[in-house]
Design a binder for this molecule. Sequence first.
Ligand SMILES: [Fe+2]
Length: 317
Amino acid sequence: MDTYKEFQLGQFRFVRDDYFAHIHFPTHAGKAMAHKMDIDAFLKPLQRDIAWSFFYGMVKFDDVFGTINHYGTVEVFAGKYHKALHEGGFWHAEELGRGEVERVFTLMLEDWVPADFDPFAAPRETGSAIGPKRAANLDAIHRKRIVTTRIVKQSDRQEPEYPVNEGFKGMTFKEGEMHIKPGHEDKFAVVNLYDYLARSDVTWNPSIVSVLEHSLFCPTTEEHRLPVKHGNDRVEWFIQLNGQIDWEVCNQNTGELMAYVRMRPGDVCAMPSDIQHQGFAPERSMLLVWENADPKMPEKIRSGAVPGDPDKMVTMK
Ligand SMILES: [Fe+2]
């Protein structure tokens, strides 16, 4: 019978069975240790870590295991950012080449994600990864974002390729008014962002819809639970467009709870650069994530050139 493969990454060893991913590692105190995660809960962050190219800062798969993007190298850790495990010496971390981590994680996805499970989908839209080895789901794993090379124009309009998601059925999409000076018709277009987002076929996977120098607007649709706890390395802004998301905000070095945030349509919130956050969306919701993609930003915050606390960046009067 075909069985799941095992994978080695540095001194980490990954094994899966019907129910769990087991992560084996040597502890700081020199003993062998194993951490386990439910297989669905492991594969969802694994998929996003690869799709996001390790994202900004820290991607915690749960309270114990995860990665930190050092933009060239990736720290893979277990227990290091968990208060009790760190204090007890039950942790391990390695700084590895980005390509090496990417290669092993991708092979793991290809072997461990079965055809009936889409790690990008909301739970109501997909099956489960639980069970014995079966055919893979390579299309879902290697899903590519649609890339545009220039600004959208009115003449580009075509029938939408993707249907409106069940969670947004009944929503009306009105286009704004546009009055263009004759001779400039070819340079502009009106886009309804709600209409675009309502057709998103994935959850917790931002798409970049506008770029202005380092300023990226990354709207996304969310449902159920953000599969990762994201540890920021820069300030990140959230604008709730639709639905509701509750955020659990914790200290990223210890996992200790700091705040709950409930966001309803129109709410704006800025996450400080030194926290981790996980979102919970009881129904399919729309969120605009505003990122600063300045590659020097972590260093600017470390050196104090830029505040990592949004409170000190803006004054609301
Ligand atoms: Fe974040």
